[in-house]
Design a binder for this molecule. Structure first.
Ligand code: BG6
Length: 479
């Protein structure tokens, strides 16, 4: 179903994110017939381009990042027809009147701030000053949303000077992933799991987001961020919220976000000995180690972090949540595992062993769900038990569409146009997440801690294994 006609202005329209993610996502939605004839995308940046030159940039981006037949087809020309460009100076006066002149009445106006956060205030102020925004206009901002609580607050305050919270769409692209949305469907669309979803039945929960990529060309940004700010405070935090929150009364933006916020606010401070930070080392001279990639030979920034979190509320008191994420690990794998408690009593005797059910939700790749169940080992040798997987992949269960879900940005950008904030972070949520992360960062900085080295292509530092071993538990394999 096509969305309403819109004017989408992409500030930073020539930048990496626009070329890699935003424009390809828009193109795919165009191909899917979701973009009405009147939709227009206006690139805006400081570089002096004519519209035709920008169209060529867009064409090249689609060919590079969408590729295949789609990008060759007439569709590409149809898409490019909807593209325009304005040269604007975010800190000056150039281009603003021209941009104002391009805005059409009766269309949704959305402004994507795909620029450094230092420019958010300038953009917001100028959009407002030139009367470019209406009360229904939306702005979209990317992470990193601040560097700590103080800077996030300052950003929220700056945006609030010109826009209501209901107009601000803070992107965490994990929320746009089909499988992440599925967490809510699995939890709240089934009767089977929810009664067991608490500390009485759940021994612990693991959230792993493992990547094989290193920091690549983003060393300068990453070295100031590290895995805590880049992944843990936002993406893993969102996963934790969705897996731990109370059922919202309905699937509506504030109902969902209120419940997520309660989870974040119920998190205990994480004790220093429950945090493991790591830094990847070079591999056979083939791949550079972290410090080389980051261009900082003495860097003490972590490219890996594991920690044990506790949620102090009625549902989860006593159930640890183990979270880990890192770069240059053995495999790309994002999985949430809910490990249930052992049966209270084994009628089969001690030799039957200990067996626990585990519900694993694979977010990427090979998206699907596995429920580990215990059955009788076949054969006449008595009652021995064995664990087997009850396995489902979305690709098999749902056909090609299930196996090839749309990119997170496709869903999120269309939600901006539709005016649906459910999958976007509210200002108080982001601030609460920083309030949880900040003391950890301050602690290891004050103690002068250096991350533990780990081999590229491994599962991370040994200390992370010990974090669970100490509790008589083990990480589920990354591969
Ligand atoms: C980004 C981080 O937000 O998420 C990157 O800045 C990370 O460092 C990326 O690689 C991971 O996203 P995905 O969708 O590839 O899991």
């Amino acid at each position: 179903i096509p969305v309403e006609p819109f004017d989408l202005v992409i500030f930073g329209g020539t930048g990496d994110l626009a070329r890699r993610k935003i424009l390809p996502a828009l193109f795919r939605r165009f191909c899917a017939g979701q973009m009405p004839h009147e939709a227009r995308i206006i690139g805006a940046a400081r570089s002096r381009h004519g519209a035709d030159e920008y169209k060529a940039t867009v064409r090249a981006a689609i060919v590079e990042f969408v590729g295949g037949n789609e990008a060759q087809s007439d569709a590409l020309e149809g898409f490019v027809d909807r593209i325009d460009y304005v040269t604007v100076d975010a800190r000056g006066t150039d281009g603003w009147a021209e941009l104002a002149g391009k805005m059409r009445d009766g269309c949704v106006r959305a402004f994507y701030f795909s620029v450094a956060p230092a420019l958010f205030g300038d953009l917001a102020e100028r959009i407002h000053h030139h009367g470019i925004a209406t009360e229904q206009s939306r702005i979209v901002v990317e992470k990193p949303f601040g560097n700590d609580l103080a800077t996030a607050r300052a950003l929220n305050d700056t945006l609030a000077e010109h826009f209501d919270e209901g107009q601000i769409y803070r992107i965490d692209h994990y929320l746009g992933k089909e499988t992440v949305q599925n967490l809510m469907a699995i939890r709240f669309g089934n009767m089977l799991f929810e009664p067991l979803w608490n500390s009485q039945y759940v021994d612990h929960i693991q959230i792993t987001v493992a990547e094989t990529v290193g920091v690549g060309g983003r060393g300068e940004y990453y070295d100031k961020a590290g895995a805590m700010r880049d992944m843990m405070q936002n993406h893993l935090m969102q996963l934790l919220c969705l897996i731990a929150m109370e059922p919202p009364a309905k699937f509506d933006p504030d109902a969902v976000r209120d419940e997520k916020l309660k989870v974040i606010r119920a998190l205990d401070a994480v004790e220093p000995h429950h945090i493991v930070r790591g830094q990847y080392q070079a591999l056979d001279g083939e791949h550079p180690g972290y410090r080389e990639a980051a261009g900082n030979p003495r860097s003490s920034t972590e490219s890996y972090i594991a920690l044990k979190a506790h949620i102090s509320n009625w549902r989860w008191a006593g159930t640890p949540f183990y979270l880990r994420t890192g770069k240059r690990l053995v495999a790309r794998s994002s999985v949430i595992s809910v490990v249930f408690k052992d049966a209270p009593h084994s009628i089969f005797g001690a030799e039957a062993g200990r067996h626990a059910n585990v519900l694993s939700i694979r977010l990427q790749p090979n998206e699907g769900i596995t429920l580990q169940v215990t059955i009788k080992e076949p054969g006449p040798g008595g009652m021995r038990l064995v664990d087997v997987p009850l396995d489902m992949t979305f690709a098999e269960a749902l056909g090609p569409e299930g196996g090839d879900p749309p990119d997170a940005y496709e869903r999120l950008i269309m939600d901006v146009i539709r005016g649906n904030q459910t999958l976007f972070m509210r200002g108080d949520e982001v601030e609460a997440a920083w309030a949880w992360a900040d003391p950890m960062i301050a602690g290891w900085t004050a103690r002068g801690e250096v991350p533990k080295p780990y081999e590229s292509g491994s599962v991370g530092p040994d200390h992370a294994e010990q974090l669970l071993r100490r509790d008589g538990r083990a990480w589920r394999g990354i591969k």
